[in-house]
Each structure stands twice: as structure tokens, then as C-alpha cells.
Design a protein around this ligand. Structure first.
Ligand code: PMP
Length: 458
């Protein structure tokens, strides 16, 4: 079979056998799929040899680029020892090393207040780390002898994953509504979405009216609420919604005041995306439970952790017969290959001074956001660190959005793909989240293509 025939065959096989996530397959079947064969630095290559800039870090996971020598080698070295052994009743070397490093990193990054994060519970993807956090918070109160805390408080526009617990605390109608009969109860507070403030006020004159609404819910219902779960600083899948300075700290204070745990879902924001190692650092807060995944392995392998305090951990200690055990764990929990990759990823942060070098690139992105916001169909161009969202609108004055069925975001993304930049939008929002190590030159080139695509399509 010739190369071309082989490629066509792969396309047929994809359509014959694969059901893609978050994809209307009827549309997929009518399109020519992009099949990736290779990657290097911040680029990915398809089977026809076309290279694309990986503008969304392969769904927000890649940190140091593809085929990073140090991570490749760490995985190869670990393969020569063992690829997997269970964490149920056994331990392994990479999980221990990584846990120690994560705790040191978190505690050097976050200023200690009342408590610090000290225990690492492993799982294997973002959604599972959220499930773990929810179950842990729920059971914690039971062990403390406080009954009735059976629900959670989450935000509108929140996204915490696709498993049923994570969907129960999700706030994106289009994804989550259909499952509502299956979900447990969760209280919803306003999203800190200043561009489309649901209370119709503007920051800072609003004096955080959205936090006051959260406080109202907590005042009335904290006896039923185990935890507040929040994506710190950036509601990512909700549309790169950046909360105003002080909001996150306000949430922390409310959790303390009303005796509910705070779960910080740093799955998207963690490992440098916001310009600091963790988003919580920006407001000097420490959650009671923190979820990390995505960038933890530099985008190489599935891995997640749910990190918590001594206080939460200690509540689960008891005699065997007391059944205080945390009955949760997955087959691939604490996979050694993934943990070896994660340790190498952290080494690179130090050795290459990734965060230091990132700062001037954030400036480039921020300046570009300012420029692009003057385009006639850009309602708002916002960023926090190296996460940016360009919100397209039909009418800039009235902020009237394009109907979601128009797929404006997708039209821009397809245009950009034709011009060598791979991006994936969220409705009308163009998401820009390249690997942290993208060169300034490539960053500027990517932004130019996106700029031109917005102009061409809107
Ligand atoms: N939480 C947040 C904030 C996320 O952005 C995501 C994924 N986009 C998840 C949880 C779920 O992670 P996963 O897709 O690995 O299950």
C-alpha cells in the first residue's frame, strides 16, 4: 500500500471504529480528520506531513513541549525497571519521590496560614481527582461527627470534569443539563464573570456582590454544605473567565467563616498556566483540598493528585473495624511511569527557569489581547498569565453573542488550522493556551494567524 493509500485507510478506520469525545460524530464523518503522527516542541504533525502549532497544549496538558528529552528519558528509564504496580497495598519509588516534591513545591509556593497541604492521594485524571475531593470532603464531616453536610456549593459556568460527581458540581448548561436526573444536589453561586455580570453591576463598584450572594447561600445552608469547589482565578472550560483580584481570597474567607471546606480545582490552572506555579499563589490562599492533573506530567501521561491537609487526613484514622477507611482507588492509581514523567517535568521547571522565562511571553500575549479587543466582533479579550480567551460577539455595543449554533468559534478555529495553528474553541470563545516553552517568535506567529482568522471569519 502506498503512503497516500495508507493515510486514506487510516482515515476510514478512524471513522469506522472511533467515537470521539465532545464531538458530534455525524459532522466528524463528513469531515477530513486530522490524524497526528508526530510532535516536536510546540508543534504537532499530521500524517500528510503538515505541521501545526499546538495552540491549546493538546487540551491544556503540555507544558515543556513535545518530545522533551528529559521526560522521554525519565519514562524510558522507568520502563526498564517497572511500568506499573498497584498502589493498593503496595508502594513504588516514583510515587514516593513525586509526593515529597509536590508537597515541598506547594508549601514553598503557597504562604502558610492556618494549615498546609501535606498528604497526596493519587488517581489518574482530572475528573477522578475531583471525585476523590468530593468524596473526601463528604466523608471528612461524617468522621468529625457532623451530619447533614450532603451537598456542595459550586459556581455557574464551572467545569470540573465529566464523571457524575464532577458533573453534579458543573455549571455549563450545554454539557450538563441532560444529566440532571442523575446528579446530586449542589448550590450554585454566581460566576465571577464581569463582562457578563449576572447581577448587572460592574467591578469594583459592585463591591463583590457575587461574593455576597455566595455568602447568603452559605449563611442559610452551611449545615448542608460539605465544601465549596472552585477553579481558582480562571473558570477555564466556562470560557476562560478570569475572576477579579480579591475574589478568590473572599471565597477562602467565606469557607473559613461558615465552616465548609474549600476545594481548589487547579487542574487547568496548575503548573504555571497563570504565570505562577499555582493560581492560589496569586491571592496567598491555601485550600483544604487541591486537585491537580493535566500539566502534572508535562502532558505525557494520565496522572492526578488530590492533595489535602493533616486535619482532613487525620479524620480518616481509626481502628479497622470503625470503617473510617477512604474506600477509593483506581487500577492505575499512582502509575510509576506517569510519576517518573512528573518528577522530570518538575526538574525542568527548575533547570530551565520555565516560569521566569514565561513572564515576557505573558506580556506579549497580554499586549496582543489589548490590541485584538479593538476588533469589531471581539467583545472581550482576556487573559490570566498564559491562558487567554477571546470572546466573539455579534454586536460589540449590546454584547449580543453569536447564536451558539452558528459555531463562530469553530469557524475561526478551522481557518487557523488551515494556516498551521491548531486551536479548539469553547463556543464563541477562542482559547489560546500554548505550551509554556513556546518561543516568542512562534507565539507572535500564532497570534497573527488567530488575529487574521478572526478578521476573515467575523
Ligand atoms: N477540572 C478542570 C478545571 C478542567 O479544566 C478539567 C478538564 N478540562 C477537568 C477538571 C477534568 O479533567 P479530565 O479531562 O482530565 O478528566
Amino acid at each position: 500500500m502506498g503512503m497516500l493509500d495508507e493515510n486514506r485507510h487510516l482515515e476510514e478506520l478512524d471513522k469506522k471504529y472511533i467515537w470521539h469525545p465532545f464531538t458530534q460524530m455525524k459532522e466528524w464523518l463528513d469531515e477530513k480528520p486530522i490524524i497526528i503522527s508526530e510532535g516536536r516542541d510546540c508543534f504537532i504533525k499530521d500524517i500528510y506531513g503538515k505541521w501545526y502549532l499546538d495552540g491549546v497544549s493538546s487540551i491544556w496538558v503540555n507544558i515543556h513541549g513535545h518530545r522533551k528529552k528529559e521526560i522521554d528519558n525519565a519514562i524510558k528509564e522507568q520502563i526498564d525497571k517497572i511500568s506499573h504496580s498497584t498502589l493498593l497495598g503496595l508502594s513504588n519509588i516514583p510515587v514516593i519521590k513525586l509526593a515529597e516534591r509536590l508537597i515541598a513545591l506547594i508549601n514553598s509556593s503557597l504562604v502558610t496560614r492556618h494549615s498546609s497541604l501535606s498528604k497526596v492521594f493519587y488517581s489518574d485524571n482530572g475528573s477522578t481527582s475531583v471525585e476523590v475531593a468530593l468524596k473526601m470532603a463528604f466523608q471528612y464531616w461524617k468522621h468529625k461527627g457532623i451530619d447533614g453536610k450532603h451537598s456542595f456549593l459550586s459556581l455557574r459556568n464551572a467545569y470540573h470534569g465529566d464523571t457524575i460527581g464532577a458533573v453534579s458540581v458543573g455549571g455549563i448548561e450545554i454539557f450538563h443539563k441532560v444529566f440532571s436526573p442523575l446528579l446530586f444536589k449542589s448550590y450554585n453561586a454566581p460566576s465571577p464573570y464581569c463582562y457578563r455580570c449576572e447581577i448587572k453591576l460592574s467591578y469594583p463598584d459592585c463591591k463583590f456582590a457575587c461574593l455576597k450572594k455566595m455568602e447568603d447561600i452559605l449563611r442559610e445552608n452551611s449545615s448542608e454544605i460539605a465544601a465549596v469547589i472552585i477553579e481558582p482565578l480562571v473558570q477555564a472550560a466556562g470560557g476562560i473567565i478570569v475572576s477579579p483580584a480579591g475574589y478568590l481570597k473572599g471565597v477562602r474567607d467565606l469557607c473559613t467563616k461558615y465552616n465548609v471546606l474549600m476545594i481548589a480545582d487547579e487542574i487547568a490552572t496548575g503548573f504555571g498556566r497563570t504565570g505562577k506555579m499555582f493560581a492560589c499563589e496569586h491571592e496567598n490562599i491555601i485550600p483544604d483540598i487541591m486537585c491537580l492533573s493535566k500539566g502534572i506530567t508535562g502532558g505525557y501521561l494520565p496522572l492526578a493528585v488530590t492533595v489535602t491537609t493533616e486535619e482532613v487526613y487525620n479524620a480518616f484514622l481509626g481502628e479497622f473495624r470503625e470503617l473510617k477507611t477512604f474506600f477509593h482507588g483506581h487500577s492505575y492509581t499512582g502509575n510509576p511511569l506517569a510519576c517518573a514523567a512528573a518528577c522530570a517535568c518538575l526538574d525542568i521547571f527548575e533547570k530551565d527557569e520555565t516560569l521566569k522565562k514565561l513572564q515576557s511571553k505573558i506580556e506579549v500575549l497580554e499586549n496582543w489581547c489589548n490590541e485584538v479587543s479593538s476588533l469589531s466582533h471581539v467583545g472581550e479579550a482576556r487573559n490570566k498569565g498564559f491562558m487567554a480567551g477571546i470572546e466573539l460577539v455579534r454586536d460589540k455595543q449590546t454584547k449580543e453573542p453569536y447564536a451558539w449554533e452558528e459555531k463562530m468559534g469553530w469557524k475561526v478555529a478551522y481557518h487557523a488550522r488551515d494556516n498551521g495553528v491548531f486551536i479548539r474553541p469553547l463556543g464563541n470563545i477562542i482559547v489560546i493556551m500554548p505550551p509554556l516553552t513556546i518561543s516568542k517568535e512562534n507565539l507572535k506567529q500564532m497570534l497573527k494567524v488567530i488575529n487574521d482568522s478572526i478578521i476573515a471569519v467575523t
